[in-house]
Write a protein that binds this ligand. Structure first.
Ligand code: NAD
Ligand code: IPM
Ligand code: MN
Length: 370
């Protein structure tokens, strides 16, 4: 069916195409059973784009992403491309998408489904009922700061440089996203930085505090050093509601949070830009938090739920299809309740591979829609 819901699908490398295959089946199901359709354009990103075009993201693909406004990405990278020069690396393709679409707010929810309490590496009482939202700044900080590079400094010595840098507006816009999310959840924001050793951390803390005083006094705000935050995440993660932090700390803390939910194969994400003042639309990219998993790629055993839930975040945040997103999330929960497990989730009564998990999810969707 023709539709004005455009989406650029970039499966990428490694397990990316494997898990994206299961999203395609969910999209077909939505068309047939819910009469909700999408215009999906598919293209290359990462190592697969480098192999074909000599660049991890062709200009044409970048333009399509900007025109479409909504991207669903699998994963990029792998050992085959690890030794390429920096600007050709698969990861640069993803970073270019984030930067040029100006996706400054990366939402990484970590929710522990009841059925997966035992799959976490932490004790059940620590993770049961866990529901946190990490808001990671995504277009600034040490990922993009200048100067950067590797140079010879004589006597056989070399120097590698990256620069951590944040401006007032960069901090305020991502903090505003965190405060607004908190208002719809547990009404608490924890802001994490290293204000004890970094000037950019001092600025971060000051600007978050100012914005809170100006506009979000009703939300409880707490500041925490990021290293303590990492410890608290594994000690007592349920103390958190929304966590807001910079690009690098957010990368690390969200991988740590993954294990609270049972597996990195369970964590979706949404990266959002600013709302267009005329239309209210935001540029957005949805992707699992995990990578291309070279150790299991090609084996058909990757867990597709992080990518399927990233698609459900797209329904919620990009297409205003909250009820359909709820349906997919509920189906995922039911599948796990029924004991179906991919290898990363351990135990379970029914061990399945990637397509087996897709089969089980579609069956649950059928039941829910009946
Ligand atoms: P990774 O996330 O790919 O894998 C870490 C571990 O988690 C592996 O043992 C892997 O098998 C497991 N895992 C990940 N996703 C899984 C899934 N869906 N189901 C079951 N198990 C899963 O991280 P890595 O090994 O550090 O990185 C591999 C490559 O991926 C690198 O090139 C890296 O740069 C890239 N990467 C890309 C993204 C992205 O595209 N957004 C994110 C992280 C890493
Ligand atoms: C992530 C990844 C990326 C990052 C890489 C692949 C560029 O680790 O999305 O978490 O560091 O942001
Ligand atoms: Mn990461």
């Amino acid at each position: 069916m023709a539709s004005n819901r455009t989406m650029l699908m970039l499966p990428g490398d490694g397990i990316g195409p494997e898990v994206m295959g299961e999203v395609r089946r969910v999209i077909d199901w939505m068309d047939k059973r819910r009469h909700v359709s999408f215009d999906v354009k598919e293209d290359l990103v990462g190592g697969s784009a480098f192999d074909k075009h000599g660049t991890p993201l062709a200009d044409k693909t970048m333009q399509d992403a900007l025109d479409c406004g909504v991207v669903l990405l699998g994963a990029v990278g792998g050992p085959k491309w690890d030794n390429l020069p920096f600007d050709k690396k698969p990861e640069r393709g993803l970073l270019r998408l984030r930067k040029e679409m100006q996706l400054f707010a990366n939402l990484r929810p970590a929710k522990c489904f009841d059925a997966l309490v035992e799959a976490s590496s932490l004790k059940p009482e620590i993770v049961r009922g866990l529901d946190i939202m990490i808001v990671r700044e995504l277009t600034g900080g040490v990922y993009f700061g200048e100067p950067r590079g590797i140079s010879d400094i004589g006597n056989g010595e070399r120097r590698g440089v990256n620069t951590q840098v944040y401006t007032t507006s960069e901090i305020r816009r991502v903090a505003a996203v965190a405060f607004e999310l908190a208002q719809k959840r547990g009404n608490k924001v924890t802001s994490l930085e290293k204000a004890n050793v970094m000037e950019s951390g001092v600025l971060w803390r000051e600007e978050v505090t100012k914005l809170h005083q100006e506009k979000y006094k009703d939300v409880q705000l707490e500041h925490m050093y990021a290293d303590n935050g990492a410890m608290q995440l594994v000690r007592a993660p349920k103390q958190f509601d929304v966590m807001v932090t910079d690009n690098l700390f957010g990368d690390i803390l969200s991988d740590a949070a993954a294990m609270l939910t049972g597996s990195l194969g369970m964590l979706p994400s949404a990266s959002l830009g600013a709302a267009d003042p005329a239309t209210g639309r935001r540029m957005a990219l949805f992707e699992p938090v995990h990578g291309s998993a070279p150790d299991i790629s090609g084996k058909g055993i990757a867990n597709p739920l992080a990518t399927i839930q990233s698609f459900s975040m797209a329904l919620r945040y990009a297409y205003d299809l909250g009820a359909d997103a709820d349906l997919i999330d509920q189906a995922a929960e039911n599948v796990l309740k029924s004991g179906v497990r991919t290898a990363d989730l351990g135990g379970g009564s029914a061990k399945v591979g990637t397509t087996g998990m897709g089969d089980a999810l579609l069956k649950e969707l059928d039941k829910l829609a009946a």
